[in-house]
Every structure is written in structure tokens, then in C-alpha cells.
Write a protein that binds this ligand. Sequence first.
Ligand code: IPD
Ligand code: CA
Ligand code: CA
Length: 290
Amino acid sequence: MCDATKADSGNAAGIIKISAPSYKSLNYLCGMLKETLIKATNEAAKVLTAYFNQPLVITHKEGVNNLVTEADHKSEAVIIGIIKESFPGHHILTEESGDLSQESEYKWIIDPIDGTVNFANGLPICCVSIGIEHRGKMIMGAVYNPFMNEFFFAERGAGATLNDKPIHVSEKSEAMKSCLATGFPYTYLDMPNGPLGVFSRLIRKGIPVRRLGSAAIDLCWVAAGRFDGFYEHKLQAWDSAAGIVIVEEAGGRVTDLKGNEYSPYQPGIIATNGRIHDELCRWINTEVEM
Ligand code: IPD
Ligand code: CA
Ligand code: CA
């Protein structure tokens, strides 16, 4: 069930006590949010498909290879148009158009193409990623990679799905036997326990650490049990907004790099099946080779 219902009317025990009309209207709102989210994700994915492997107009952002293509802009315009048709008063935060601020309890957080470098190089590991936040909490997320025909979706309290089938995180409990994923920022991040230091530490232990090039897909693959964990040092809200609710609804755990409660508005993330979380967090935060 959409979290709006719980947030507005749940009690400490999580039991929902609301009158029939307000329950009905909240249910209706959640249905509309879901419908709009799925429509926007699907329509934007059609843009990715149309532009894939075609000559692209490419511009550059901060960093040497931080690209933005005409497909990113087109995908984002399609998403914003669809959201505004149904929810003209909602706050929208996007990667390419920035903060389209409105006084609203609802915020749509959009990455029109996550994995743009892959996309621009014809690598089919990229996606549309859209999350919905209500009163500061992520309540719904959709991540769609049309090139693998994989549509991940989650609604707070209702589980996570891949192509409408329930998904769950892996059951592996030994971090030493885990398969991990990470990503690297476009500009080198020189800090203690930074991306290269942690990567080298894990690789020296003999742990496989993959780098797909799309944080949203990394998170969904943790949710689907393909990876046991994912960490990254410098993400933006649009990279993780949808993925975090998908991981949590699949039974996983998401924190910042120190193991504290996660916020998409700070850079670091650890997302795991829960079982290996504390150990991975310790490995990331020690400067001593283990
Ligand atoms: C990037 C991808 C990548 C991650 C970068 C992100 P973009 O997003 O998610 O996996 O390592 O930190 O910026 O630029 O492709 O939308
Ligand atoms: Ca991104
Ligand atoms: Ca992007």
C-alpha cells in the first residue's frame, strides 16, 4: 500500500485506522501516482530505444566524460510532461532541468537516463529511473531498462517486482563470498577510504566487485539478488531515489557509507541484502588492510 496512507493515518503499531471515504481517496491517489509513474517510465524508455545506436548530439558537464545527450533531454521532457498532466502542483527534481520547485508534499525525482556513458557507447546497461518522495520519504520507484526488457517497481509496504513478479534480495550471509557492485564518480575523489582505496581493498581480498555504469540498475540488481551488495561514494538524489525503495521493499538494507540512515541528498550509499551490511560497512570504513 502506498505510504501516503500509512504516513497520514497509521498508529504506532502500524495498524491503519481511517474512515472509508478517506481510505478510498488515498487509495485512489496512490493508484494515480503508480499509473503516472509507470506511464512516464514507459514513454521515456521509448525515447531511449529510438535514440540507441543512432548518431547523437552530445554535450559535456563537469568532469572529463560526464556526458549528456539529446536523448537525456528528450526523455526528461517526456517524463515532466506526463507528470504535469496528472499532478501539475507536485515538486519535480530532475538531473538535467534541475529543481522545478513547488510547495507540495510530493516530489518526483528523475534520472532520464541512468548510465548515459553506456547509452552513448551502445552498451545496453542503462535505464530510466523515477522515484516519488512523500513528506521526505521515498514511497515509490520505477527503473526500466528497455534493452533487457526489465521493469523494476516498488511501492512502500507492497514489495518489489521485476516485470510484475516479486523479487527478493539474496540470502548470502558471508561477505567474503559475496558478489558486489560499485561505481566511480566522473571526477577523481581523493579522500581516505575513497573509491579506489576501498575498491583495491575488496579486490585484494578476492571479492568480485562489478562496475556496471548505472547506479539505478546496480540497486535493482541487489534487489533481485544478483548482487549481494552495492556501494558508491558520490551519487546524486536522482541516481538512487527509485532504487532505494526497490531494494528496501525486496528485503534489503540501505544506509550511508557510515551505516547511518540513508538520505538521497548526501553522496554515499551502501545497499545490501542486509546480512552482509555491517561487515561491508566495516570494510569500507577501515584504513587498515584486512
Ligand atoms: C551515473 C551512473 C554511474 C555512477 C555515477 C552516476 P549518469 O549516472 O549512475 O553508475 O557511477 O556516479 O553519475 O551520469 O549515467 O546519469
Ligand atoms: Ca544517474
Ligand atoms: Ca543521467
